[in-house]
Design a protein around this ligand. Structure first.
Ligand code: GAP
Length: 442
């Protein structure tokens, strides 16, 4: 257990030191378990979002994407059940220090902070409130969305009609959601501001069970294909008495984090709850008319909802490797490797002129860098020994390092070093682009 804790602490420190993820508002000591993505963190996060987006919209012809607003009519949240007990945690409050705790997480019936007496459990809604317009009164209260998917339901008709979609079809979206979480952490696993990657798949009620199983399998395969070991993933069905207020059936995909098995994605059969309630509350008919069978019905929704920050933490945990005596077991110092899937790697190629102050090497290296940088995310690195630069690139997870040496100036060949095998290959610069394209043809 201690070793696992250490592993998480090392990962968090490593992610900060190497420009991946850090506390928000760091000069002020951090803020409310919010996190910022740095120069490499933002690249890998964008790569993850693109991988997910391409999986949804390119592998499946019957899925379209949207991007809806974070602020929506508060009526949306009334109809969805989020303002009532459905989206609330049971909290107890300490009568002495007034701290609040989740009732179901307490081991003893006394305050874990000061030992004081606790109040009876009370529901606490996790929706975040703000105001629209200049007057802050009850009429201007709005909510930061508690789940991104409600924006999809608001666009069900528009997306279906404008993209001429027929059931079964899906609408996907990547977007921020906010929850006033009582117990955030560890690290980016549970935060108050986070991003979700949602698919809402609309089906005939009779096919809901079939598509629930279909999407479970698809989503599990996605994680394995992107580099997570199958035995670090598992399904966890929700027991009937623990289902969210909107779900008839639910299953999580869990990942074996250093702090234990925890949910990274939720798959739900939301039935006709959402479109049914929004139809009633808004007066807009959100049913579907099947032109062939002449049947009119409220579609059932199969939802797959993955946390972007949380799944990214899973990919980073999976890829992080520490070598106590270097990668070749011959060093006095610890070396780290981010063994990321190439698709996710923040830097795809590093260009390394052998020496910094040799003009002809610099010129040739810059030429190669300029020819690659718009197609691949490429980094120019000319400081320190080549060995040191390889180690730096291993830490960022850069799959290929290209060295330009004095022979390059006569034979036009460069050395390409592979991150995973550490093998080196001489490649003619004329063939370099195609060589790399092949390496990156997923
Ligand atoms: N629309 C359904 C929904 O929101 P959920 O199981 O509450 O379902 C889906 O959330 C996913 O969103 C989770 O599996 C998790 O990856 C991510 N998520 C939820 N709350 C989060 C939080 N506070 N911080 C980071 N990610 C979170």
């Amino acid at each position: 257990m201690k070793a696992k804790q250490n592993q998480m602490e090392k990962l968090v420190a490593f992610l900060k030191d190497n420009g991946f993820i850090n506390l928000s508002s760091e000069p002020y000591g951090g803020f409310s378990s919010s996190y910022d993505y740095g120069p490499y963190g933002v690249e890998i996060k964008n790569n993850l979002k693109k991988a997910w987006w391409d999986t949804m919209t390119k592998e499946f012809d019957n899925i379209v994407g949207i991007d809806s607003a974070i602020l929506m009519s508060p009526k949306v949240w009334e109809a969805s059940g989020h303002l009532t007990a459905g989206f609330a945690d049971e909290l107890v409050e300490c009568k002495s220090c007034h701290k609040r705790f989740k009732a179901d997480e307490l081991v003893e019936n006394k305050c874990p902070s000061c030992g004081g007496e606790l109040s009876a459990p009370k529901k606490f809604n996790v929706m975040m409130k703000t105001f629209v317009g200049p007057i802050e009164d009850n009429t201007s209260v709005v909510y930061l969305r508690g789940e991104a998917c409600q924006g999809i339901y608001m666009n069900f008709l528009w997306a279906k009609n404008s993209a001429r979609m027929k059931i079964p079809f899906g609408i996907c979206q990547i977007g921020k959601a906010f929850r006033n979480e009582i117990t955030p952490g560890p690290f980016t696993f549970r935060t108050r501001e986070f991003e979700q990657m949602d698919l809402q798949f609309f089906v005939h009620p009779s096919e809901a069970d079939k598509y629930f199983e279909f999407w479970k399998e698809q989503r599990m395969n996605y994680y394995i294909k992107l580099g997570i070991k199958a035995d670090h993933l598992r399904f966890a069905d929700h027991p009937q008495d623990k289902l969210a207020h909107y779900a008839k059936k639910a299953c999580d995909i869990e990942y074996l984090f250093p702090f234990g098995w925890s949910e990274i994605e939720g798959i739900h059969n939301r039935t006709d709850w959402d479109l049914g309630n929004h139809s009633k509350a808004s007066g807009t008919d959100l049913s579907y008319f099947d032109q062939e069978t002449k049947e009119k019905y409220i579609p059932y929704i199969i939802e797959t909802s993955a946390g972007c920050d949380r799944t990214l933490l899973a990919f980073l945990s999976e890829a992080f490797v520490e070598f106590e005596k270097g990668r070749n077991n011959d060093s006095e110092s610890v070396e780290y490797l981010m063994n990321l899937n190439k698709k996710l790697a923040p830097v795809k190629i590093a260009i390394m002129p052998l020496m910094k102050n040799k003009e002809e090497l610099q010129k040739k290296a810059r030429e190669i860098y300029d020819s690659l940088k718009f197609e691949f995310n490429t980094k120019f690195d000319d400081s320190g020994s080549i060995g040191k630069r390889y180690r730096r690139m291993d830490e960022l997870g850069t799959p290929y390092c290209i060295t330009i040496d004095f022979d390059t100036l006569t034979d036009n060949c460069v050395t390409v070093r592979d991150r995973d095998t550490m093998a080196q290959e001489r490649i003619n610069t004329i063939d370099l682009k195609n060589y790399l394209r092949e390496k990156y043809a997923y």
